[in-house]
Design a protein around this ligand. Structure first.
Ligand code: M6R
Length: 593
């Protein structure tokens, strides 16, 4: 969680760049924010609770300086308050630090600091605060800022990315060990951020930090070092292909809606760009003895979809497991195992932990990712990009559909029918493009008007539509705060039916497949207890009170059902007066366990 932004260059209004950069990173955390700019009088620091997107740039114009750092926070250690917001500083505010990650041994480090400076030195409840104070101790013992910085890095246990700036030094220091950090390179300017959209306005040339590295950045030069050995590290420049435009709202009121509508072109794009990587991955999957899909949240639901697709299309057994529950399958991981991580951000902490344990047991790792250069991609011997473009809303929508697409292609490629898969998916893409219109949005918003005051909602589906039901419920609760539960249609009679009352909204996902009648029967049972049935299906059925008609895409119909449920969730949020892009308590990328 949390977004870091830092700038070193020739722009005297660097703080404005920091503010803009943070606005682009707000999806990573938005309960509080802070900036610091190095001015001739020392640091100007401002920290506040709330969203930086609400703050006008004019507030900062008079604070001039060519080095700035900033942070947008998702609280872990310590509540949401201005004093817990970053940057954190040392005793006399001569050095400032912004941090993303978790310092697990911060209690012990606090004791160490208290033994030197006393207890009154702490101004926050955060783990981060130990960093500037420890640097302070090292510098007081005679170390240079840089040596103090590396000494402190070696003391930290956990995962971190942080940037530090000292008022008397012409350079900035940035280190990574576990949390993402990338440097943007422009003429006479360096940008450091948790993610590239923060500086895509200025450059698309980057250096990705690897774990265990730090960089020393001044106006004219940047040098990378290994944190432990202190040896110089040669870096390779990489190019980011994403356009800034694709990371903007494109005239829509919310990123979530924009990203839902991006799905009109998405599947075809994913198919077109994914082919070669899919073929390579299929060869590896074919050889593997036991295959695991692992992920969290929406990506985990797509892993479950993959489990069904591999069974139905490729007749290949795969086990989907939440990355946070990976220990369950650990006894079965060996040199013949293939663990395939699925992740939009590629930075989900539980996933990276599952990768770590897999490696220890000799298993192979591949990943299905959206963000290039992400930790998941860097940890994998093979990765398949889903090419969904930047996803900014906290709720994952287009990335999920793109993951679904790649998993379908992989299943076809496994039986040597990748081209057939591509054809089916391209046809589905065209049908979705025709169907995903303004009229559809209006129709769904009218249905939502009738259920928006309900506080409980249930979603049922069978086979592939079971994980889609789980996903629909997750999307609804995440953005609308309605209690929503997804379950397998067959489970209905085994408990959940007891909760159905007159008017309880139940979303029923029906494909035109061999399970159709079973699911319609379950819908009848719901209706008999008074439920209001919202059917999402290629055709209307008498049991539905409201129908969202999708195209009939055969095996790909669940994609259209999922997109319909995303739209339903979007309107449930907005018609309840909520901001679907920034749901309470959540952040886009969960980089802590
Ligand atoms: O970046 P990842 O795909 O690894 O993220 C996994 C989950 O945190 C994510 O899908 C989360 O559940 C979404 N907010 C759901 O919309």
């Amino acid at each position: 969680m949390c977004g870091i932004f830092a700038y070193v260059g020739n722009d005297n209004q660097s703080v404005l760049k920091a503010v803009r950069g943070l606005k682009d990173l707000e999806y990573r955390g938005y309960d509080s924010w802070g900036v610091a700019v190095k001015t001739p009088q020392g640091f100007f620091i401002r920290k506040e609770t709330g969203k930086i997107s609400n703050i006008p740039e004019t507030d900062f114009e008079k604070h001039e300086g060519t080095m700035s750092i900033g942070h947008t926070r998702w609280a872990t250690h310590g509540g949401v308050s201005a004093y817990n917001a970053h940057p954190h500083f040392n005793r006399d505010k001569s050095l400032v630090v912004v941090h993303n990650g978790i310092i697990e041994n911060h209690d012990a480090l606090r004791e160490e600091i208290a033994a030197v400076f006393g207890n009154d030195v702490f101004r926050s409840e955060t783990d981060t605060e130990v960093i500037p104070l420890l640097i302070d101790i090292c510098m007081e013992r005679g170390l240079s800022f840089e040596n103090a910085f590396t000494e402190v890095c070696k003391k930290l246990h956990g995962r971190f990315a942080f940037v530090a700036l000292h008022k008397d030094e012409p350079y900035m220091l940035a280190a990574r060990d576990g949390s993402p950090l990338v440097m943007g390179l422009a003429e006479g300017e360096y940008f450091i951020a948790s993610d590239t959209p923060a500086f895509l306005d200025y450059t698309n040339e980057v250096y990705f930090f690897d774990n265990g590295e730090y960089a020393k950045i001044s106006k004219d030069a940047v040098t990378f070092f290994n944190l432990l050995s202190g040896n110089h590290v040669e870096k390779k420049k990489e190019k980011i292909l994403w356009e800034k435009e694709s990371a903007s709202k494109g005239g829509h009121p919310h990123f979530m809606l924009k990203e839902i509508l991006d799905q009109r072109e998405l599947i075809e794009n994913t198919v077109r760009l994914g082919g070669p990587a899919v073929s390579k991955a299929a060869q590896t999957l074919e050889k593997a003895d036991n295959i695991f899909f692992t992920a969290m949240g929406t990506a985990a639901h797509m892993g479950m979809v993959g489990e069904y697709l591999f069974s139905r299309i490729a007749k290949k057994s795969v086990q989907a497991v939440y990355a946070a529950e990976f220990d369950k399958v650990l006894p079965f991981i060996n040199k013949q195992s293939l663990v395939c991580g699925i992740s939009q951000s590629g930075e989900t902490a539980d996933l990276l932990e599952a990768f770590k344990t897999t490696k220890k047991k000799g298993g192979k790792i591949m990943s299905v990712i959206n963000v290039r250069g992400s930790s998941a991609e860097r940890e994998s011997f093979l990765s398949v990009p889903v090419n969904a473009g930047p996803e900014r809303a906290v709720a994952s929508t287009k990335a999920a559909t793109a993951q679904f697409t790649i998993l379908t292609l992989l299943a076809y490629a496994l039986i040597g029918k990748r081209m057939q898969g591509e054809k089916k998916l391209t046809n589905a893409s065209h049908a979705i493009k025709k169907w995903l219109t303004q009229e559809l949005l209006i129709h769904i918003s009218h249905i939502v008007e009738t259920i928006k005051h309900n506080e409980d909602l249930y979603v049922i589906g069978k086979s592939v539509n079971y994980p889609i039901a789980l996903e629909a419920a997750l999307k609804i609760k995440e953005v609308s705060y309605i209690h929503a539960e997804g379950f397998a249609a067959g489970e209905l009679k085994h408990g959940t039916l007891a909760l159905i009352e007159k008017g309880t909204p139940c979303v029923v996902l029906v494909s035109n497949d061999e399970y159709k009648q079973d699911v319609l029967n379950a819908a009848q049972e719901l209706k008999a207890r008074g439920a209001t049935i919202i059917g999402i299906s290629p055709e209307a059925h008498p049991v539905f009170d409201h129908t969202i008609v999708t195209p009939d895409l055969e095996n790909e119909t669940p994609m259209a059902l999922m997109i319909s449920s995303q739209i339903l969730a979007y309107y449930l949020a907005t018609l309840r007066g909520l901001d679907p892009d920034k749901p309470r308590n959540l952040a886009k990328s969960v980089t802590v366990k």
